[in-house]
Design a protein around this ligand. Structure first.
Ligand code: HEM
Length: 491
């Protein structure tokens, strides 16, 4: 027996062979990660390739649909391999609402550091234009943010991204390489982030200058600039609204101890997070609501009737709160197409998932919101667009079987902070659009709608609708609205 076991030894009779053997053994170990497989043995899920895990399946189509298929096949608690890292995918309302803890805010997308660090690249720190015109800085910021959003799409990702996913333990080295030997995608990303930092600094400087001028001009009536009194706070200008959270962050720096004060780069990173979290999500929701209404004329007619009954006056928060059908349309849009279809958490400790299934401490948990929203056990006729399920008359028959089955804005401590604003903005845009236009599908729209999941889940070919102005005398011209995908070259 021992002889048999040792029979491979002649293969190692040369140092090079021994080195090759050792490398093979290490690669096998790294690629197969037997200890990790053993720790996650209680969770069912699809077979994962060495190193790559289920990344090929996730990347070859819509990742959300792949996760939904896994849930359908293996149950509401499933394991997939994200490279060498297991993800526990959860689509059970009673488990989704558990406070697991959170993921760190690392930026796995681009290997260039966390958000604060990445936004504040060296070029950004040095490139702040002194006292620039606030409006042009505002436009520059908008362009820079658009460029960063583009860089964050998976198809524009650096080659360091898959490397980081496949070899998470080599992350510090890969990050160093990405920062010092960037490929084209990484270089674009770094320069776009530097441009965000630079434009943001111009805005902040303009704000500070105008605030100082306002305080000097106001004299005693407003109190000293350093006092941070409410009246001074309201009078600021320089491109930043005095009542905005941006101004609050900058104002909060006055008088605060050095350690408590937000640095420039922290203010910029916070601002950027809000733009990133709020812009694409709301735009996607509006585009998909337009698509659903264009394909469900009876729902569009009911919404239009509600909007017309409201009258043509100024939109106020009170008026917007009195639009139950418009609300229901948005809720149903977010049920079918939550822009963030799964939410990531990290388990602070071993989590008992019931039926002998355990997610070990440190696990990445993907709370699969989309699978819950479209589960036939939780929503009757889950694939149909039925806004009435959110109205009093439809709730009993069509509403969610479990109140926690619906979570487009997330759950718990990390729930979306902008959800009220998002609802108001989206409702106001729907009201204004449907008050004036009839919306129908444009022939350019490919059907069925194809979705893809990147930073958020968006229509892969955009949304194309025709707008017909209903006002008397308006030209019968067709306008095109598109979202989420670049328009074809001929438009
Ligand atoms: C339809 C529009 C929106 C949807 C569907 C949406 C959805 C979400 C979801 C699902 C989360 C994660 C919650 C969790 O992990 O439990 C989130 C986080 C967040 N949202 Fe929204 N959101 C929307 C609009 C907005 C707007 C307009 C803003 C700000 C103006 C905003 C700011 C944020 C911020 C700051 C976070 C936290 C990010 C973090 O913790 O890293 N969101 N949102």
């Amino acid at each position: 027996m021992l002889e048999n076991t040792m029979s491979f030894l002649p293969l190692l009779d040369h140092p090079l062979k021994a080195v090759a053997f050792a490398i093979l053994a290490v690669l096998t170990w790294l690629g197969w990660y037997p200890i990790r497989r053993w720790r996650y043995r209680s969770l069912p899920g699809p077979f994962g390739l060495p190193f790559l895990g289920n990344l090929p399946s996730l990347a070859s189509g819509d990742a959300t649909e792949f996760l939904n298929r896994c849930i359908a096949k293996y149950g509401n608690v499933t394991k997939i391999w994200f490279g060498t890292r297991p993800w526990v995918v959860v689509a059970e309302p009673s488990l989704v609402r558990v406070d697991f803890g959170t993921t760190d805010d690392d930026d796995p997308g681009q290997g260039g550091g966390g958000q604060g660090e990445a936004v504040g690249g060296k070029a950004g720190a040095g490139a702040a234009a002194q006292g620039g015109d606030a409006a042009s800085a505002g436009r520059a910021l908008m362009h820079a943010c658009t460029a960063v959003f583009r860089c964050l799409q998976l198809e524009n990702a650096t080659v360091y991204l898959p490397l980081q996913l496949i070899f998470p333990s080599l992350r510090p080295i890969i990050r160093w390489l990405a920062a010092h030997l960037p490929d084209r995608a990484q270089a674009d990303n770094m320069s776009a982030r530097s441009a965000v930092a630079s434009a943001s600094r111009r805005l902040m400087e303009a704000w500070q200058e105008s605030k100082a001028a306002a305080a000097a001009g106001a004299g005693e009536a407003q109190g000293p600039a350093a006092g941070g009194a409410g009246s001074v706070f309201r009078s600021v200008g320089g491109g930043i609204s005095g009542s905005s959270f941006m101004a609050a962050m900058m104002e909060g720096r006055r008088g605060a101890g050095r350690e408590e004060r937000l640095s420039d780069i922290e203010v910029i990173a916070q601002g950027f997070t809000f733009l990133l979290a709020g812009f694409e999500t709301t735009a996607d929701t509006l585009a998909l609501a337009a698509f659903l209404l264009a394909t469900h004329p009876e729902a569009a007619a009911r919404l239009q009737a509600e909007v017309e009954a409201m009258g043509a006056g100024e939109l106020t928060a009170e008026l917007l709160a009195q639009l139950p059908y418009t609300d229901a349309v948005l809720q149903e849009t977010l049920r079918l197409y939550p822009p963030l279809p799964f939410l990531m958490r990290e388990a602070r400790e071993d989590v008992d998932m019931g039926e002998g299934r355990v997610a070990p401490k440190g696990s990445f948990l993907a709370l699969q919101i989309h699978a819950m929203h479209t589960s036939p056990e939780l929503f009757p006729h889950p694939d149909r667009f039925m806004p009435e399920r959110w109205l009093p008359e439809g709730r009993a028959a069509l509403g969610p079987a479990d109140p926690h089955a619906y979570a487009p804005f997330g759950v718990g401590a990390r729930m979306c902070v902008g959800y009220k604003l998002a609802n108001m903005v989206a409702k106001a845009a729907l009201v204004r659009t449907f008050a004036r236009f009839d919306v129908s599908l444009h022939p350019r729209q490919p059907l069925p709608l194809r979705m893809r999941t990147g930073l958020s889940r968006v229509p892969a070919d955009g949304v194309w609708v025709s707008l017909r102005d209903r006002r008397a005398g308006a030209p019968p011209a067709t306008a095109l609205a598109t979202a989420a995908a670049p328009p074809p070259a001929d438009s």
